[in-house]
Unconditional design. Sequence first.
Length: 194
Amino acid sequence: SYRGMNEIELLVMAERNGDSYYTPDVIVHRDSDLYSMEDLQGHTFAFTDPLSFSGHMVIEDYLERQGTVPERYFKRFFYTYNHDKSIWAVANKLVDGASIDSQIYEYAKLRNPSLTDNLRIVSSLRPSPTGPVVISKRVPPEQKAQLQKIFLQMNQDPETGEAMQQLIIDRFVIPQPELYEPLKKIYRRSSVIL
């Protein structure tokens, strides 16, 4: 989906509990009377970033399938430019709902349970592959292979492995480019200009 000035390719992808997928989750405040994505119609919503899949694109795709767009579906929406800020905005009732990455939500539950205790997941949308580590296509093949080997072995070092666990990553694995094709299609038809 990236269409920047430099051509890139996948280097590795993250894995957690034997899985390289996460779910985009829609959250609301624990005390709200909202229990589904449909309940959020006519309410306020926080997106993370225009280019974030879990924090924006998946909701835009969901709404397109319903024959609508965020401007018509939500009373008001805005961008927080950070998943943590979206979590904070919902927990503090500045907004009725937000969409976030399930791995980031898991991380937030470990790091700040007093905040996430105020939240409730009302919808988990279709699973998506974890964000990959990418590299410029201009990097020589032997250097790419060395970098890939480093990533693939990171979890074997006790100190690095522990740091990865803090980031909700068990290990890095060889990427599967075909997993990203559905996401590319969503980005291509999006109103977001890349």
